[in-house]
Design a protein around this ligand. Structure first.
Ligand code: SF4
Length: 339
């Protein structure tokens, strides 16, 4: 690839750490490629979906997972100040957002660099007046035990979707160790059992990597067993791909692509069965949903557990209505409006 400067020597290069400076750099500046800690909040933004406000709460994380290149780019955890996050959420609500997605590379370690945590932040956010629900983004389960009870309590609040995204990545301790995840299988089981006990309808979403270096067939089978045992509702399945500069890229015992492909196929089959079973539990349910996506032939809405409900009717984004679930497919539910 031809270096940008050889195409245009006047080009100004910036990295994601300097995104807040785009305007001033365009007006006259030099390359900004250094590491920095911008607070990416309260800046002008165009929402692709007017009813969803995406609010980053931090950048970077406290870990160094062997397969992860994000950490190399984003650096160590930098939690944004809670009061700035609050103001951003208030702004989203004033703008008409019905769903607030709080995000970060790892939401579960939010605040550890500020002597606070995610649960304390959420307690403040649910006090913001207005008609909205918060969706908590992905977090490394290894940090959760430090504030799990507190988190469960605040997640009972009606302003928070009963949804959590905890990437397990694998169901075998040796593989987790080679991934340098910092958690083991039992810790994850304990967390999910607690969550399900306290909030039974909680939707649990996870990420799994198949074919990580060193993963044997029987270790992969452990992953299959774990997701079945925990009855995971949603799953993002990735085949391991070496990222330049990461520890996993140079590990011995790389797993052949054909084997990863086969493992991905097996896991996908298990996931489809789990997802369908999870969705079938909602058949006949009736309750409030929020329309948040336009789809061909209708709209998609979400209920309090962040389940995806397809409604064959054209409704404006942000509409709240009562719906009854009439069908359960593998990846979504089908609902009809009820009075
Ligand atoms: S996978 Fe997540 S927790 Fe692990 S290093 Fe990457 S961003 Fe951090």
């Amino acid at each position: 690839m031809q270096p940008i400067k050889s195409i245009d020597p006047q080009a100004i290069l910036i990295n994601t750490h300097h995104i807040n400076e785009v305007v001033s750099l365009v007006r006259g500046g030099t390359d900004a490629l250094t590491y920095a800690k911008p607070i990416k909040l309260m800046v002008p933004r165009v929402r692709t979906n007017p009813v969803i406000g995406i609010v980053p709460i931090s950048s970077g994380c406290l870990d160094a997972c062997a397969f992860c290149s994000t950490r190399l780019v984003k650096g160590v955890l930098f939690s944004f100040p809670p009061e700035v996050i609050e103001n951003e959420v208030k702004k989203c609500v004033e703008d008409g957002c019905k769903e607030i997605w709080i995000t970060g590379q790892d939401t579960c370690c939010y605040g550890f660099d500020r002597k606070t945590n995610l649960a304390i932040l959420l307690k403040k956010l649910v006090e913001i007046p207005g008609d909205f629900k918060i969706r908590v983004g992905m977090g490394n389960p290894r940090h959760l035990p430090k504030f799990l009870e507190e988190l469960v309590e605040v997640m009972k609040n009606e302003k928070i979707f009963k949804f959590i995204h905890l990437p397990l990545q694998a169901g075998n301790d040796e593989v987790l160790k080679s991934m340098r995840r910092g958690h083991n299988v039992q810790q994850v089981k304990d967390i999910i059992i607690t969550l399900r006990k306290k909030i039974p309808e909680m939707t649990i979403s996870t990420d799994i990597i198949v074919g990580h270096p060193t993963e044997t067939e029987s270790q992969f089978e452990d992953t299959l067993k774990l997701v079945q045992e925990l009855k995971i509702d949603n799953m993002n399945i990735a085949r391991f791909a070496p990222r330049p500069g990461t520890a996993a890229a140079s590990m011995e015992d790389q797993v052949h692509g054909n084997i990863s492909k086969e493992r991905s196929r097996k896991l996908t089959k298990v996931y489809r069965d789990l997802s369908l079973t999870s969705n079938q539990k909602w058949l006949g349910w009736e309750g409030e949903v929020i329309v948040d996506q336009k789809k061909e032939g209708g709209v998609e809405a979400r209920n309090y557990a962040y389940k995806t409900i397809f409604i064959r009717q054209d409704l404006p984004l942000g509409t709240k209505l009562n719906a009854k679930i009439t069908d359960a497919q593998v990846f979504f539910l089908v609902g009809v409006p009820v009075c």
